[in-house]
Design a protein around this ligand. Sequence first.
Ligand code: BGP
Length: 464
Amino acid sequence: MSDIQYKFPEGFWWGSAVSATQIEGAADIDGKGPNVWDYWFEQEPNRFFDGVGPANTSQFYYKYKEDIQLLKETGHNSFRMSISWSRLIPNGRGEVNQKAVDFYNQVIDELLLNNIEPFVNLYHFDMPQAMYELGGWESREVVAAYAEYASVAFDLFGDRVKKWFTHNEPIVPVEMGYLYGSHLPDTVDFHKAVIAAYHTMLSSAKAIEKYREKNLDGKIGIILNLTPSYPRSQHPADLKASTIADALFNRVFLDPSVKGIYPDDLVELIKAEGFMPHIEAGDLDTIFNNTVDILGINYYQPRRVKAKENMPNPYAPFTPDRFFDYYDMPGKKMNPYRGWEIYAKGIYDILINVKENYGNIECFISENGMGVEGEGRFLDENGVINDDYRIDFYKDHLKWIHQAIQEGSNVKGYHVWTFMDNWSWLNAYKNRYGLVAVDVHGDNSRTIKKSGKWYKQLSDNNGF
Ligand code: BGP
């Protein structure tokens, strides 16, 4: 008798996700143009944890062959990567950088040679500096340039890449750039946030339109962080608070991406507050006609909210916190090493919501993981990081995914965040997430963690 208690469907995708800026390094090598992170680090290095910038992140640019062998050793049959827009097209539009074409060709070919399916994402927070100077997502010119970039990528790699994604967590650059100050333009401006969100959505639909025009035989989707928004209680005021948070942070991209239309309650709220973006003729048709084939779902922790307890300060800048307060639920389980809540059932709630309210569209978990600050303390006498806490975290989430599958969810795979310890935005190397440890302050050597060995068994057994 098999001792596998949680068996997954045949052909389940076991993999991980990374992003170009976070792993490639070689930030100003071989013709790559700067992106906003390169620029921001140059301006304000002290904003970055330990003063470490994106220039030398784990050197995948040079080590991709070794890394792809490590993908095999950790059981990957699929791998989600991103293309750096400013590596491929250094100025954001115009000339294509042949060195970048060669690099991505080599990576894609090497993955396929090793029977690892590439899932390729076009945009992971890395606005080319030249496009940022044009206004970033506030600018329609940037929307057009992005669609052109997508088209170039499909032409170059679409013969081999069969899974494409337009954006990763598109709400994050919007909220962090225009509301909470940890991405550029580092401002607080709700109206600009709405415009940027709208243009990002439009850019996704335009990229999908280009993809479909080419009749390539793959699928195209988007990756969303569908953070469930749980109310403190069933009191109508708490329920209303959670519905608004859900509209502002989840349905704002989920509904137009999957259903082709914006949710009524969100539109009413934006209208009532006087923040409608300028919509050009044809835009809404473009969004309606270019919904996704597949949905990537990132999940880390839920959002817990309650009705506002105090009147918002009328002089404070307008932010979503005007509609709800965050709720610190007593007894919630915390990740002691990163300060985020751990609530594995959230992943099941998302999958059931997608099944029941979004036509059970084909989906996969595109990021899920546990960050640990100071992970070096778990190094054992053999030089291996003994990360049982991470294995437990994965198991807890996989049990709930398994349950969702029993109930008919169309979830096709699981990608952890992340393959190897990597650099993360302002947090740099503060939190480690990898299945593989990287000696980030030394020679960038790689060592598989206990979780990486476990992940191989998981994939070999197609369950645990
Ligand atoms: C997700 C992003 C990733 C990664 C991760 C962990 O939202 O898609 O790029 O950064 O969060 O974040 P952090 O390293 O800040 O803990």
